[in-house]
Design a protein around this ligand. Structure first.
Ligand SMILES: Cc1ncc(COP(=O)(O)O)c(C=O)c1O
Length: 377
């Protein structure tokens, strides 16, 4: 989206403000569909990345499904019009009531601990379930978002297979397997190792309908970040599918790949102040709006929309919370003046959905731009 359009939106709706570009979400969706066109697959948007109903409607209209992680996410997906068959539920450490809620709705559940299996056998003996496994796959990259290594809370360790088969012997019906290697996975080879593990594990189950490979699809936060090699990953899965006789569908649960690049956070420079040695740009935002830089040490590109050709200066871009809420350290930006509008890029995923009203400050508004249409969502 060009700078003048963003500046007009900022002046009409005020800042802080999230702006999403619907066409970019569609482009990303089609890129995944195209990459995986060689085999039967389904895309379930991980709505935790951005749960706005208008974003969900875009995914629905594209033919996608939903990966939900809480009863409220399920309720929202149903309210937007997804059918129960289009939703998978992959909760982390759910209460029994939450599992019952999903089972009673007829929604397919991925179970991430063998400790839940007696409850399921006793109370829902006719329900077919998925098992979320943890292959113990240590990967490169940010360990806060690596979720399939052997110190991770997620999934069932694959060495619990005997316990699982015991439950299967007692009548437990397993019709699918799931794993999620992590978010923003640097190399497709790390994802491929998980594919190996889950296909090996699948040999224990004769009635599988699908394997859900979760996500891991990265986006380029920094210009030096590698692109994800979707083609090689897809080829690897395709070859793997040729090694088994059962025709399985592969599900994916992308979140950030679909919505991250579509979103920017527009903020205003409230103050540009000189410290002892550093110059600070204090913006009308903070980690209550976008926590990724502080929580994950994530890099987000920042653009000075108001003064793109100003002379370059170095700034720490900080928020206005009573905290150390730094968006960027020692960042080169065209000179920032008080009142300038800055765009923080790649903010469509895990931005608003992780926001809060800390310091009793309001959350940002959200705007959807769809070609010529601009609306508050
Ligand atoms: C089970 C599961 N599936 C999918 C995702 C989506 O990951 P990403 O946003 O990196 O695509 C997550 C993210 O935490 C997850 O936990």
């Amino acid at each position: 989206m060009d700078a003048s359009k963003l500046l007009n939106i900022a002046s009409e709706y005020g800042t802080p403000l999230y702006v999403y570009d619907a066409e970019l979400i569609r482009k990303q969706y089609h890129e995944l569909q195209e990459a995986f066109s060689g085999f039967s697959h389904q895309i379930h948007y991980a709505m935790k990345a951005n749960e706005n109903p208008e974003i969900l409607k875009i995914i629905k209209n594209l033919g996608g499904g939903i990966d939900a992680v809480s009863p409220n996410e399920i309720r929202r997906a149903l309210a937007v019009g997804f059918t129960k068959e289009e939703i998978v539920f992959t909760p982390s450490c759910p209460d029994f009531d939450e599992l019952s809620f999903a089972f009673d709705q007829g929604i397919h559940v991925h179970i991430g601990a063998t400790e839940y299996l007696p409850f399921i056998l006793k109370n829902y003996p006719d329900v077919k379930i998925g098992l979320r496994i943890n292959p113990g796959n240590a990967i490169e990259g940010n360990q806060k978002i690596a979720t399939a290594h052997n110190n991770s809370k997620f999934g069932i360790p694959i060495n619990q297979i005997d316990q699982i088969l015991d439950f299967v012997g007692q009548g437990l019906q397993v019709d699918s397997l799931h794993l999620h290697t992590g978010s923003d996975v640097k190399s497709w080879q790390d994802l491929a190792r998980s594919v190996d593990a889950i296909f090996d594990f699948s040999k224990h189950f004769s009635k599988l309908k699908y394997i859900d490979l979760g996500s891991g699809f990265k986006v380029k936060y920094h210009k030096t970040d590698p692109d994800i090699d979707l083609k090689s990953y897809a080829g690897y899965i395709e070859n793997k599918l040729k090694t088994i006789s059962n025709p399985l569908t592969i599900k994916f649960e992308p979140g950030k790949f679909l919505v991250s690049e579509a979103g920017v956070l527009l903020v205003k420079a409230n103050v540009v102040k000189q410290g002892y040695s550093k110059k600070f740009v204090g913006v009308n935002s903070g980690f209550h709006h976008l926590i990724r830089p502080m929580y994950y040490d994530a890099y987000h590109k920042i653009i000075n929309l108001s003064n793109p050709s100003g002379t370059t200066e170095k700034y720490d871009v900080v928020g206005q919370l009573c905290e150390e809420d730094t968006f960027a350290y020692d960042r080169d930006l065209p000179q920032v003046r008080m009142g300038d509008i800055l765009a923080i890029l790649n903010a469509g995923a895990y931005g608003f959905s992780l926001s809060s009203d800390y310091n009793m400050r309001d959350k940002p508004k959200q705007i959807l731009v769809d070609k010529d249409m601009i609306k508050l969502i």
